[in-house]
Design a protein. Structure first.
Length: 420
């Protein structure tokens, strides 16, 4: 793809929308497999991963249509009309393809898939998924490139305790449990808003779930679900990106569809940096100070500061006054973008799980490369304040998770253009 050229123009200002969450909608598209008929999803972000998941569902026998902007209509056949194999490249294109496992085992009793791909920022095993589904009666045959799974009969309810509150594993197991025979419990479940939103969609389809938003989910399996209409929850990471554009430029930006109740810990850190957070109107409004203050941040499972926020936070703190320490507790490989920030003039050193950031007066533009969705977005933010021009490659990653990030930043006043 083309690269993006960013030039500083001073404070950004205005209003912008974040639209639906990537980490919700991909799972909710997979959840449609649980019921034959026509489903409608609204507030769907127009991103590459939605296109890939649409192609995957179509390869499995569904029909996916766009009746209007930011809407998807998904028509699912009867179980015997679903295919249990799809092209490997569709699974390899994104991490979220793993969530096909639960719905397909629950609905069809078998599925074969290539190992999921996605962003490369550290080892992310799938054993939480396969172990939990195995406890429900699924049998797996794996090699280094693919997974084949089958269930001799209807999945059976069980009591699952996750070693770690994995967001995607919770989604997968929740979707499997809603059609399992009996009463299931998922302990140490992820509490993210996107998990809760998936639960709300499943409830609308006729599932019986208790404990959404808590670490203990209780699911009474039902024999059949029906299609539903569901509006996807706002993307809190995209929201954080636009708020960060206000922070780093000393601007005044409102994300009109933001959910402050989903970002409490992050907003506390934003205020500690010296910014003004205004929740009195629609969404979230942030006014950045002339220069930010250093803060220490550690990533933790929700409701802690999300790991997806960290590249954005690190970038913002690279021009804050003082020394900050950012600690990554979830993915050890998630400091790979730091070398690119250093190329722009940031003073950052890393050791193990920690990054020490000595704020500098200014960054200087050069050519940099984003290796994953959030890293590439963070480098675009850096370009908003780097003297001269910054050329960011790797924008194909941004397209996977952001609904026209360059265009929406431009509406806030950013000087951004594509280059071959």
């Amino acid at each position: 793809m083309s690269s993006l050229v960013v030039k500083p123009v001073g404070p950004l200002s205005g209003e912008v929308r974040a639209f639906g969450a990537k980490n919700a909608v991909l799972k909710q598209m997979a959840a449609c497999l649980l019921a034959s008929g026509t489903h409608l999803l609204r507030n769907v972000p127009e991103i590459a991963d939605v296109v890939t998941m649409s192609e995957l569902l179509e390869a499995l026998g569904c029909r996916v249509e766009r009746p209007a902007a930011h809407e998807l209509r998904i028509t699912v056949p009867a179980a015997d009309g679903l295919k249990t194999v799809a092209p490997a490249h569709l699974f390899e294109a994104m991490r979220a393809s793993i969530v096909i496992l639960g719905p397909m085992l629950a609905r069809c009793g078998e599925v074969s898939m290539a190992l999921p791909g996605g962003d490369d920022f550290g080892h992310r095993p799938i054993n939480f998924h396969t172990d939990g589904l195995g406890e429900m009666g699924a049998v797996f045959h794996n090699d280094r490139t693919s997974i084949s799974a089958s269930s001799p009969g209807r999945l059976r309810a069980t009591h699952i305790t996750l070693e770690y509150p994995s967001h995607t594993a919770t989604d997968n197991l929740l979707m499997a449990c809603v059609l399992a025979e009996g009463r299931s419990v998922i302990e140490n479940a992820a509490r993210e808003p996107e998990v809760e939103d998936l639960g709300r969609q499943l409830l609308a389809m006729g599932a019986r779930i208790e404990g959404l938003g808590t670490s203990r989910l209780t699911i009474q399996g039902v024999s059949e679900l029906t299609p539903a209409t569901h509006e996807v929850v706002t993307d809190r990471v995209v929201t954080a990106t636009y708020l960060a554009s206000s922070l780093i430029t000393g601007g005044d930006v409102r994300v009109v569809d933001a959910r402050a109740d989903h970002m409490v810990m992050l907003l506390r850190k934003v205020e500690a940096m010296g910014a003004d957070v205004d929740l009195s109107g629609e969404g979230i409004r942030v006014r950045g100070p002339a220069r930010l203050r250093a803060v220490d941040v550690a990533t933790l499972p929700y409701p802690g500061v999300a790991t997806d926020y960290k590249p954005l936070i690190t970038t913002v703190l690279s021009v804050a006054e003082g020394v900050s320490v950012v600690t990554e507790n979830l993915f050890v490989g998630r400091f790979r973008y730091v070398d690119e920030l250093v190329r722009l003039g940031a003073s950052i050193t890393t050791e193990g799980h920690h990054a020490m950031i000595r704020g500098v007066d200014h960054l200087t533009g050069t050519s940099v490369h984003g290796s994953d969705i959030r890293a590439a977005a963070a480098l675009v933010l850096a370009g908003l304040v780097a003297e001269g021009s910054t050329t960011v490659s790797g924008m194909e990653h941004v397209a996977r998770g952001y609904d026209d990030l360059p265009g929406r930043l431009a509406t806030l006043g950013a000087d951004i253009e594509w280059t071959s």
